[in-house]
Design a protein around this ligand. Sequence first.
Ligand code: IMP
Ligand code: MG
Length: 180
Amino acid sequence: MKNHHVREVLFSSRQIGARVRKMVHDMAEGCRGEDLVMIGILRGSFIFLADLVRELYSQDIHPRIDFMTLESYGAGTESSGAVRIAKDVGMDVAGTDVLVVDDILDTGRTLTFARQHLRELGARSVRTCALLDKPARRVVPFEADYIGFTIEDRFVVGYGLDYDGRYRELPHIACVTFQE
Ligand code: IMP
Ligand code: MG
């Protein structure tokens, strides 16, 4: 782990809460009448997914929930390139309407891989959702169906996002600054 500081708050927990409510409001109509399965990409999505589904409940939408663990990042902040399934979904998604949930859309490799994989498992539709989007970092062209906030090319932690396994528990999203 490099010498670093976690200081500047980019989005407060209140700002995140307001945005999540708005996102769910926008996605709710499209989800009605579907056999909705929400699949969180572990580990970064766990807090975001938990907030989304409780907000969906208030819109009277009751998805099934599962997770898959995908790995592309090693330790640190740079993607290794390849995406690997460390743990696949446990339920049969054939014929269902899947909404994949991730913390952040960065190079685009993870969500590209997840969408392709879930289509191969027979999902009827696959949509994608990420709380954060860093379009400047894209390597594979990819647009998510739902995005919370678009940000600059900064490394961020909190609300599920980690630096080397740490800071996922922060209720807000903060920037990490690195000393050389
Ligand atoms: P992608 O495959 O490059 O789009 O990467 C997505 C994954 O990279 C996310 O699920 C995160 O785990 C990780 N990631 C990308 N940017 C950040 C960041 O700024 N902070 C923490 N994790 C990040
Ligand atoms: Mg991560």
